[in-house]
Design a protein around this ligand. Sequence first.
Ligand SMILES: [Mg+2]
Length: 237
Amino acid sequence: MVFYASSTKEAVAADPAALRIRGVVFDMDGTLTIPITAHLEQMRREINVPDGVRVLDYVDTCLDAEKREWAHRRIVEIEDEAMVDMELSPGLVELLQFLHDNEIRTAIITRNNRRALDHFVDKVVARQAAEHQALFSFDPLIDRSFVPTKPAPDSLLSISRAWGIEPAQLMMVGDHGDDLLCGVRAGSISALLRYNSSGCFESKAHVVVDRIDELASRLASGFEADMAITGDDDVGV
Ligand SMILES: [Mg+2]
């Protein structure tokens, strides 16, 4: 077990050299926003993705050119339908306030398309109270055009380099095993936002919460992390 010290500004001032989380990177769908499970299931069903295979892997490696083009078009159409229902995850504003107050950086890595990411940043955030909008200062914003996508660690490692913060001091937060694997493979802390359907991914999480603002109290108190967790792809998709 490795102890992560408190990430509050006061704790940083008292012990600047301690190992602690200095940046938090979020998945979008089901993490910053409420889950879009029904849309994802529809996508798998229509494209006929076999169990245990990732949608984009299947489309890009198993379909012929014509079918692949159709599948990519359907994915974007279904993502567009899901976009209309996008709502913030309960407790998100409270967590972002804590991160802002303690000068902890934030970013997004999503496997969704750019328009959906822009819709979140421009439209969903714009619906929030004016005094909260500055809290949504995620940077960078990474969509699926960055390859390889999660669970590969490359996108998270690029953020580590851009911020000048070592991977061990980053937390990757998500509701899916691939978010956690991305974090673990980068050498970062993985945090699972758990739903009934995502408990199966717990074995890849250093931190598990049932509501996203619980992360604020974990980061404030500090926590122990089990560094024996591996990035092996053995929890399914
Ligand atoms: Mg997700």
